[in-house]
Design a protein around this ligand. Structure first.
Ligand SMILES: Nc1ncnc2c1ncn2[C@@H]1O[C@H](COP(=O)(O)OP(=O)(O)OP(=O)(O)O)[C@@H](O)[C@H]1O
Length: 407
């Protein structure tokens, strides 16, 4: 071999623009949370009885995605455990993400395992897990705060038994106490709860409002100072990332992603981060989001979308619901799936519009009634590639129906 150095050596030597990229990732928890002191203090005020061995009220926390709910509860949880150690009071904090731990069994098992109980992750009767958990909690005096993030996921999948069991556990415990913090970005999820559970869980409500552009700027500034090398970022970049993310319902995660992806694009070109990198990053993130949504669409919606894409390939003009339906029928017949009615397809088109994959505008055709004009401003090639990874749609790869159905 001519050159025995590792293929990574050169890359490692390259002088990147990041001091520490991890600081821009969602998993990083900063010590200070700008513009969240009100909410942090409010959670702390509700949890403080735990440090006196008393039961704190249960809390429901609402707010749109990226408004700092998770980072705030974890921050307060860490401080609570620390203070508990100092005062010699056992305040345990258990954090569960219900998107991952999405059944009652798994949730109870996870909490029991947190207290070193050897509960398998499947297989036992739920009652047995409940009793193990009760024993684990009661083996010595403690106050346990259980944080259920994305709580609507577990309710949607497994009903509200978990909340019922966790809220009744206090009456079965002799020494210990449990309080629950539920976190959700769906304001309406409590509507499906049993009224008793709803009032017990929502003893205290805290709302996390969206951030505005100025607040996002402060959050980004704080992270960028430690994540990006001095002089590697143009002064317009942070305000631009903040402005873009503020338009998207004030999402701090989106703002941080934008800054990180802008940095990666700049680094690839060996440049400092400039506004054009932010604009490219915005497009890339939006396309990635759309492709992810496309990948998980039900088959019928995928065929409708492919009908729109195939049309757009031949003709970049907007098209009507009727034209999409004609194309959809041909594609559905070709791959032998049930052909839905035009009315159902109109609904699926509205859903695709709501997901931000297509644009559908209702237009009046005078006495011929109303129709939708459909267009796409995403890259149709990339969308088509993702659609064709679905094995049911693969036969449509080279299918090129004639567009003669247009009058
Ligand atoms: N006030 C803040 N200061 C610093 N970083 C913040 C702040 N608010 C949010 N962040 C950061 O933004 C990202 C998203 O925050 P977080 O996960 O807490 O949002 P969330 O409201 O729980 O969103 P979701 O509902 O999608 O889970 C994280 O990287 C977090 O560190």
């Amino acid at each position: 071999m001519e050159d025995s150095s590792s293929i990574f050596d050169k890359l490692l030597e390259e002088d990147g623009i990041f001091e520490n990229k991890e600081i821009l990732r969602p998993s990083y928890t900063p010590n200070r949370l700008p513009h969240r002191s009100k909410q942090v203090n409010e959670i702390a005020r509700i949890l403080v009885p735990a440090l006196k061995g008393e039961t704190p009220s249960n809390i429901l926390i609402y707010g749109k995605t990226g408004t700092g709910k998770t980072v705030a509860v974890k921050h307060v949880g860490r401080e609570l455990e620390k203070k508990g150690e100092e005062l010699n009071v056992d305040c345990s904090v258990i954090y569960l993400n219900c998107k991952v731990v999405d059944t009652q069994y798994r949730a109870l098992a996870h909490i029991a395992r947190h207290f070193d109980k050897d509960v398998p992750l499947t297989g036992w009767p739920t009652d047995q897990v409940y009793h193990e958990l009760k024993d684990a909690l009661d083996d010595r005096k403690k106050v346990a705060t259980i944080m259920l993030d994305e709580i609507d996921r577990i309710i949607g999948k497994s009903g509200d038994d978990i909340l019922y069991n966790l809220s009744r556990i206090n009456s079965d415990l002799e020494r210990s106490k449990v309080s629950i913090i539920g976190i959700s970005n769906d304001l309406k999820f409590t509507e499906v709860l049993d009224p008793r559970i709803k009032s017990s869980l929502g003893e205290e409500d805290i709302i996390f409002p969206p951030y505005n552009a100025d607040q996002l700027r402060d959050i980004l500034q704080q992270r960028a100072e430690r994540a990006i090398k001095e002089g590697a970022i143009n002064s317009e970049v942070i305000p631009l990332c903040a402005a873009f993310a503020a338009q998207e319902h004030g999402d701090a995660r989106r703002a941080l992603d934008l800054l990180r992806v802008s940095g990666e694009l700049a680094e690839k070109n060996g440049e400092e981060i400039r506004p054009e990198h932010v604009r490219k990053a915005q497009e890339k993130i939006e396309l990635d989001r759309v492709l992810e949504v496309v990948r998980t669409l039900p088959t019928q919606s995928k065929v409708v979308l492919l009908a729109i894409v195939k049309h757009q390939e031949c003709d970049r003009n907007t098209l009507t619901t009727g034209e999409v339906y004609e194309m959809y029928k041909k594609l559905a017949r070709k791959i032998d799936i049930e052909t839905l009615t035009q009315r159902r397809i109109t609904d699926l088109i509205s859903e695709l519009d709501m997901l931000g994959i297509i644009n559908a505008v209702v237009v009046s055709k005078g006495r011929y009634g109303r129709t939708k004009e459909i267009s796409m401003n995403m890259s149709i090639d990339e969308i088509q590639n993702v659609l064709l990874t679905d094995y049911r749609l693969q036969n449509l790869k080279d299918y090129c129906p004639s567009t003669q159905t247009k009058l």
